[in-house]
Ligand binder design. Structure first.
Ligand SMILES: [Zn+2]
Length: 803
């Protein structure tokens, strides 16, 4: 993108040349990609359109947000991007968005027209022409800017926050960032929404929750020139893609065309082994970011330059501070914004893309400011008595939190460079910043070793994605063959790429692709994670908080420690009934699909059963005094343990929640179906009877002398029974699976009548089973108290341009 800083040209003139409407008013003129006029008296903007039927980009976004992660209307949030043009129709100008999903790339005009006429366009707005002087049209642009383009009212409604309507009397144009530049014009309007708040989130973030004001931003941006070559998408490449259907394609060729999204980058000298770029890709960091976060974000983002160096560029990728007078919403800047919300939440990397070609015009990263505190808290919970000597001993925890946000900065910038997640990378020497990293921790001599918590620098896989997307080949080189060589080399080096659709779903099956996991073999890692957790729990004391902090905060920081194993548990369950597979193309030399080795599955099952072991889930009795009823002014929040004992801390519900978590993954209908199927294909494989038997052994056949453990065990038993009943009735499960689940319930039932080995609370279990048999239609999976909000390490979900 060309990058020219132009001082805003802004003068007050008495306008007379543009026809009557503008004749007698004092107007401020903005001259740029479009010329427009501001009339203070009536708070109006008039736009001059001198070029009809010329395409450009229209992007809307939020310059100021609501500040609630749950509502999702954040500062800097990009809305839709649209390719549009003005067209004259009678006494109006229409702003039209053509349909680019369906095209005909041909010189035959009639064929092109037939596609244009077959699919709908959108008319975004109709403007009455106020004056027409030699093909220069003046339109009142104000109503367009003042619409709820971002769909704020709709979002509030869909999030059940209430019915809100735009209140025109409390809305106004906002001139501070309304600017004109040669390649783009930027407009802002403050919009106030009035309504009756009905949800819980809006009240917590808006001072008067019946009146919600945000600033909406609109950009009109010139399309880039045609000196850009789209690059073909390959499912092995890790690149995000854009697609359309080309009806002019010969019948024997695929009609869907896919191109990767990427910035424009060319070597000054494509024949040189190492060259500077014609124009570097520059990212700018929000100057509102405080230290030490600022340096960490600059550091992490700039790692990408290593990958560009690896393909023969110098200084191709740069990260700088955004100049104080520059505007982060200005479409010429790639920006990294530090965004505040009332609760911790996800971060995202969004891009403005030329829909014709896939060229990225602007990268926009939004990083939630609260998650660094969550990372700090995790370190604080895991360390052995961090504050025993002094309240000032926070540096190791801060260091770990900063190491995490270096990763985060690189990760989100990676999306805006055009890369998708690679959730197989953590199993492969942490080969990508595009995975979700879980801290890698261990205890050495009773002290927590955090030196390996997070990796530093760009990974080997990231170099592959950069090579695929950004290599500038010498003139005359066969690009297709070169690109294939890059991916072949990755394959030979043992690098694997598996993304969201195979990793995120709770029914997922891949051996390697998991979120927030570590290690080559998930069960070994799970056992290690459980060891770290156990040791940290036994070390846990009042010295995990500072002097004169309330004991209630001990409970708060204990939450992520207690559930520290949750992601590795999820990863390990997915191996059971799992598959190993690649995004294979014919002749590419990769294997396609094979079941996970039976021994790995058995080891995984054994490790997973540890997570429903009463001794693992019992919070040691001597720790319970660390969790008194909450101090005045320190109520429980959404981040707290949920319980059934009122003011007192509830260790039984904590165990119930954790075991429920495991069972919901282990007995996911898709997973149990696959286990049944794999056994039918290969008798050596792990089968469902074995899984159900192990579950019964780990629950109803387990008891302790200690009554505390026995009561923890009952929480687990009830969950096992309920989940088996759920499986037996689940319409998504195979008939055979449901039948085997019934057999497992019958097996439990017979234990309840065994007089030689009486089962505790047998009457109640018998009652449950009888009720289930007599009134299956009344059965409802009675979930344990909800686990506090997920992904504490990273913040839930990380979104980027979807396709
Ligand atoms: Zn991401």
């Amino acid at each position: 993108m060309t990058f020219i800083r132009i001082v805003l040209f802004c003068v007050v003139v008495s306008f007379s040349a543009q026809g009557q409407i503008l004749n007698k008013k004092n107007l401020t003129v903005y001259d740029g990609f479009f010329k427009f006029y501001y009339e203070k008296e009536n708070d109006k903007i008039y736009l001059e359109v001198d070029s009809l039927n010329t395409e450009f980009l229209y992007i809307n976004s939020l310059a100021s947000g609501i500040g609630s992660n749950d509502i999702g209307l954040d500062r800097g949030k990009l809305g839709q991007e649209r390719l549009v043009y003005f067209k004259k129709a009678g006494n109006k100008l229409l702003l039209i968005q053509p349909n680019l999903k369906y095209r005909a790339n041909t010189k035959n005009d009639l064929e092109r027209k037939s596609i244009e006429q077959a699919f709908a366009k959108s008319v975004l707005f109709g403007f009455k022409i106020l004056s027409d002087t030699n093909g220069k049209y003046i339109i009142d642009f104000t109503p367009f800017l003042m619409q709820d383009t971002q769909g704020v009212a709709g979002v509030l409604k869909s999030k059940k926050e209430g019915s809100f309507k735009l209140d025109a009397s409390k809305s106004a144009l906002s001139l501070e960032r309304t600017k004109a530049f040669p390649k783009n014009v930027e407009f802002e309007a403050l919009l106030t929404f009035k309504g009756e708040p009905t949800g819980r989130n809006l009240r917590t973030v808006v001072p008067t929750s019946s009146l919600v004001a945000v600033i909406q931003h609109h950009s009109f941006v010139a399309l880039p020139d045609s000196d850009y070559t789209p690059r073909k998408f390959d499912p092995r490449s890790g690149a995000i893609y854009t697609s359309y259907m080309d009806y002019a394609t010969p019948i024997q060729e695929p009609i869907t065309k896919r191109f990767i999204i990427r910035h424009r980058l060319k070597k000054k000298n494509p024949n040189a082994l190492i060259s500077e770029p014609e124009e570097p890709i520059i990212y700018y960091l929000d100057p509102g970011t405080p230290e030490p976060v600022r340096s960490a974000l600059l550091d992490g983002a700039s790692w990408w330059n290593q990958a560009f160096e690896a393909i023969g560029y110098t200084n191709a990728f740069q990260v700088k501070m955004l100049p104080e007078d520059a505007d982060p919403m200005d479409c010429r800047y790639n920006v990294i914004q530090w965004v505040h919300r009332s609760t911790r939440g996800w971060s995202y990397g969004a891009s403005v893309v030329d829909p014709r070609t896939g060229e990225i015009i602007k990268g926009h990263v939004s990083l939630g400011s609260l998650r660094v505190r969550q990372d700090y808290m995790i370190a604080q919970a895991l360390m052995n008595k961090p504050f025993v000597e002094s309240d000032g001993d926070y540096q190791p925890m801060l260091d770990m939190a900063l190491a995490r946000i270096r990763q985060l900065s690189a990760h989100e910038v990676g999306h805006t460079l055009g890369f998708t997640h690679n959730f197989a990378a953590s199993t492969n020497g942490r080969s990508s910043v595009m995975d979700y990293p879980h801290p890698k921790l261990a205890f050495k001599d009773s002290q927590l070793d955090m030196t390996q918590a997070y990796d530093v620098g760009i990974g080997e896989w990231d170099k592959i994605t950069v090579a695929y997307s950004y290599s500038d080949f010498k003139y005359g080189v066969d690009e297709k063959a070169e690109l294939n060589t890059i991916l072949k080399k990755a394959q030979e080096d043992g690098l694997r790429f598996i993304t969201d659709s195979d990793a995120r779903a709770s029914g997922g099956a891949h051996l390697l692709a998991h979120l927030w996991d570590n290690g080559k073999t998930p069960y070994d890692e799970l056992n290690e994670v459980l060891d770290v957790r156990q040791q940290a729990i036994s070390n846990f004391s009042e010295d995990n908080i500072r002097s004169f902090e309330t004991y209630s905060s001990l409970e708060d920081i204990f939450v992520p420690l207690y559930f520290y194993h949750r992601y590795q548990t999820e990863a390990t369950t997915k191996v059971i009934g799992g598959l190993d597979y690649n995004y294979k193309l014919k002749d590419d030399g990769q294997f396609s699909v094979r079941p996970v080795n039976v021994q790995i599955q058995k080891n995984a099952l054994e490790a997973v059963l540890n997570t429903i072991n009463a001794k693992v889930l019992a919070i040691p009795k001597d720790k319970l005094e660390l969790f008194p009823p909450r101090a005045y002014g320190n109520n429980r929040t959404r981040e707290s343990f949920k319980g059934k004992t009122g003011v007192s801390f509830d260790p039984l519900s904590a165990a119930s929640t954790a075991s429920e978590f495991t069972l919901s993954f282990l007995l996911h209908p898709q997973r149990v179906n696959r286990i049944l199927l794999q056994k039918s294909l290969d008798d050596e494989q792990l089968g469902l009877v074995e899984v159900f038997n192990e579950l019964v052994n780990a629950s109803f056949k387990t008891s302790y002398k200690d009554d505390y453990f026995n009561n923890i065990q009952q929480q687990i038993n009830v969950n096992v029974l309920n989940h088996l009943m759920n499986t037996a009735l689940n319409e998504d499960a195979y008939f055979q699976v449901r039948s085997l689940a019934l057999e497992a319930i019958n097996a439990i039932s017979s234990l309840l009548y065994d007089k030689k080995k009486p089962v505790l609370y047998a009457d109640q279990y018998r009652y449950m089973i009888n009720e289930f048999r007599e009134h299956p239609e009344k059965f409802k999976l009675d979930s344990a108290p909800k686990i506090p909000d997920g992904s504490p390490i990273g913040g839930g979900l990380c979104t980027y341009n979807p396709n």
